[in-house]
Design a protein around this ligand. Structure first.
Ligand SMILES: [Zn+2]
Length: 101
């Protein structure tokens, strides 16, 4: 196979993967609420006005994770399992211990 053939194969491959990608994006767009239609965070800012950023979105469930934006706790809601809470408290205890020396 010459260089031209390999090149054409490569272009064909790229076109195929691009079409697959476009299909995935179209499906995502149909399935998930648009960013401008999502609720605002609303946390009180230091400026004294409610935060205007959009809440962090769970795209699998198409609903907000906990109603807050990425700056106001939307990314993490902390440990959920008893084991995770346990580990978190252990780490806190170690940190306090280390500070006391
Ligand atoms: Zn916010």
């Amino acid at each position: 196979m010459g260089y031209d053939d390999e090149y054409r194969e490569w272009v064909k491959h790229l076109e195929r993967s691009n079409r697959a990608l476009q299909r995935i994006i179209r499906e995502y767009d149909r399935r998930v609420t648009k960013k401008r239609d999502r609720p605002l965070c609303g946390a009180m800012t230091r400026a004294g006005i409610p935060c205007q950023a959009r809440a962090v979105w769970d795209t699998d469930k198409d609903k907000p994770r906990n109603g807050r934006c990425r700056m106001h706790g939307g990314l993490s809601t902390g440990p959920r399992t008893p084991e995770g809470k346990r580990r978190s408290l252990d780490a806190l205890a170690r940190a306090v211990q280390a500070r006391r020396g």
